[in-house]
Design a protein around this ligand. Structure first.
Ligand SMILES: C[C@@H](O)[C@H](NC(=O)OP(=O)(O)OC[C@H]1O[C@@H](n2cnc3c(N)ncnc32)[C@H](O)[C@@H]1O)C(=O)O
Ligand SMILES: Nc1ncnc2c1ncn2[C@@H]1O[C@H](COP(=O)(O)OP(=O)(O)OP(=O)(O)O)[C@@H](O)[C@H]1O
Ligand SMILES: [Fe+2]
Length: 551
């Protein structure tokens, strides 16, 4: 970064009318924000846009005044460029901010930089942590997803299948009559709560909140004390986020996690993520609160990196985009060949996302122990470990009866959450990706679905390929084996089958340099064995716009 770059950032995607000046020479960020507070209910897009209209000129003027004081000569522009949030967010708000940014760039006679708001939530954490290749959990109002860098893009490893995490919490608090935003109120109420059972839904690295939110509303209607519901809501929702983050660390081999987004201000979420990372020897970083909630500081900091990379926008190409996804952004400010994927051959004792796995290729056996997770509430922890061990044992055997290669089970101890199985394959699919292999695995998944169940977590790490060493057991064959059925379940819903494929598809996107031929092979392989309506539903799942702003 050229050390003297100075950037004006402007943010106004939803509720925060915010401006900032970032000075790369001193790394100082001055932020001025004015929050929109709805009189009742959630964020009204038109009211929020009016707020932007009134407040943006004010906050911009305040920070520009500071920038003018610092410049060396009075005829110099106060900043080198104007960076603004292009999306995702509420259309009416984005358009006002876009118009303001264009006008400012023209009047100051400096270039315009268009920033993706979700990538900014990620990059501010990478900037303040100094981590080189972290996985990022964005936990904000309208979004919830996991990102990792690979070959010039931030890939989405997993995301919410319905609403963003903040919006989900805000809907619950609206139901119990609390004012917007609800997140801080749930955090305060949770202090006096006790644990009650609520749904818990993760599918690979994806997750959904609709089930738990309806159950929470119902529980409160049924007279369960609201502090108990708040406490349990936090325990389950944040444990889901911690679990998928751990899966992402395990899949990518990264040992760095950063947090972004307004929900990241929640102390319990940060505590859980820190404990999860601690337990697996990874590092965790959360930026300070002023950089977590929506703010123009993160826009200015990423704007500076983009400006230095020559990534500016012509005025006529600067349209805003309410559905701007993070994986649409060409990452111009990082070296192409940098990758968040660290691969190593494994032997001895390996740490998966859930379990400690002792590998004994010589003996041909594997012992898998689902360890207790310190970040999880003990009751939830017990329940998940017991249920998943039992289901893994059952479905591993059931799959084999359907003609899908899986390890032979030699011992199960449900109470200790321990399994002993046959050692299969020579390596994980993630280090041996080819269209042929992917086609084969897709056929395996189709067979499971025809038999009425899903794998639940079919990532490239949960497939073993190649002849196992020494020719023992199934070492003589060279078929892809599926392992780790702990998230599987019986179902006859086409949606569940499509989600299973979506999880596999996303893991290809997350682990392959060039995923497109593999994604095509997935579809071909499935079509040969399975039902066409599942592939149709997969398109539907992928086409769902998940960046519905507001709440
Ligand atoms: C697209 C963009 O406009 C949107 N921005 C956004 O959602 O604002 P953000 O500041 O990142 O997050 C706001 C959310 O953060 C929640 N929140 C704030 N403090 C919280 C706390 N202590 N605990 C839990 N949630 C909290 C609020 O309830 C609200 O839902 C986004 O990033 O998704
Ligand atoms: N039967 C097996 N034969 C050979 N290797 C295995 C076997 N089971 C597990 N492994 C190896 O151990 C790793 C972790 O195992 P597993 O996926 O069952 O644990 P996990 O904690 O559920 O991991 P994750 O959730 O990260 O996929 C696998 O990716 C694989 O490399
Ligand atoms: Fe945000």
């Amino acid at each position: 970064m050229s050390s003297h770059t100075r950037v004006l950032g402007i943010e106004g995607t939803a509720w925060a009318a915010s401006a900032a000046v970032y000075d790369a020479a001193t790394d100082e960020v001055v932020i001025e924000s004015d929050a929109y507070q709805p009189d009742s209910g959630g964020i009204h897009p038109r009211e929020a846009a009016e707020h932007m209209h009134d407040a943006i000129p004010r906050v911009v003027e305040t920070v520009l005044e500071r920038a003018r004081e610092r410049r060396d000569a009075a005829d110099e522009p106060p900043v080198d460029c104007v960076a603004f949030s292009r999306g995702p967010g509420l259309g009416p708000c984005l358009r006002i901010v876009g118009t303001a940014a264009r006008a400012l760039a023209q009047s100051l006679d400096v270039p315009l930089v268009g920033v993706n708001h979700m990538v900014a939530h990620l990059e501010i954490g990478r900037h303040t942590s100094g981590f080189s290749s972290p996985v990022c959990l964005n936990a904000s109002g309208a979004n919830a997803h996991l990102l990792a860098y690979r070959n010039g893009r931030y890939r989405v490893l997993g995301e919410t299948m319905d609403t963003g995490v903040g919006n989900a919490i805000d809907k619950f608090t609206r139901h119990v009559g609390w004012s917007h935003p609800g997140g801080p109120k749930v955090e305060a109420a949770a202090e006096d709560g006790e644990y009650v059972d609520l749904p818990y839904v993760v599918k690979g690295m994806d997750f959904s909140f609709s089930g738990i939110m309806s159950a929470a509303k119902q529980a409160s209607d049924d007279g369960i004390p609201v502090e108990d519901v708040c406490y349990s809501l936090q325990e389950n929702v944040f444990a889901m986020l911690a679990e998928v983050s751990e899966r992402a660390l395990s899949l990518t081999g990264s040992d760095e996690l950063v947090l972004g987004g307004g929900v990241g201000q929640n102390a319990r979420l940060r505590e859980m993520l820190a404990e999860m990372c601690d337990q697996r020897g990874a590092e965790f970083h959360a930026p300070e609160p002023r950089f977590l909630r929506d703010n123009a500081g993160m826009i200015a900091v990423l704007g500076a990196k983009m400006y230095d990379a020559g990534d500016t926008l012509a005025i006529e190409a600067s349209r805003v985009d309410p559905d701007f996804r993070p994986d649409q952004v060409p990452v111009t400010w990082r070296p192409q060949d940098e990758s968040d994927l660290a691969l190593g051959r494994e032997e001895g004792s390996v740490r998966g996302a859930e379990a400690i796995v002792d590998l004994e290729p010589e003996a041909g056996t594997v012992t898998k122990r689902r360890e207790s997770k310190a970040y999880r509430h003990p009751e939830l922890d017990e329940r998940l470990r017991r249920e998943r061990t039992r289901i893994e044992a059952r479905l591993t055997s059931l799959a084999r009866r359907e003609g899908v290669p899986t390890p032979v089970l030699s011992d199960v101890d449900g109470r200790e959450a321990r399994l002993e199985v046959e050692y299969v394959g020579r390596e994980d699919l993630r280090t041996a990706l080819s269209p042929e292999r992917v086609r084969e695995v897709a056929g395996h998944l189709a067979r499971l679905h025809l038999a009425g169940f899903v794998h639940g977590d079919p990532t490239t790490r949960n497939v073993r390929v190649g002849r196992a060493d020494g020719g023992r057991g199934r070492g003589g064959t060279d078929r892809a084996s599926l392992i780790d059925f702990g998230l599987g379940y019986h179902t006859d819903h086409v949606e569940d089958y499509a989600m299973d494929l979506h999880v596999f598809d996303q893991s290809l996107v997350g682990t392959a340099d060039d995923p497109e031929p593999l994604r095509a092979a997935l579809r071909e392989g499935y079509r040969e064995v399975g039902e066409a309506r599942v592939l149709e539903r997969l398109e539907d799942v992928e086409g769902r716009g998940r960046y519905v702003g507001g709440s």
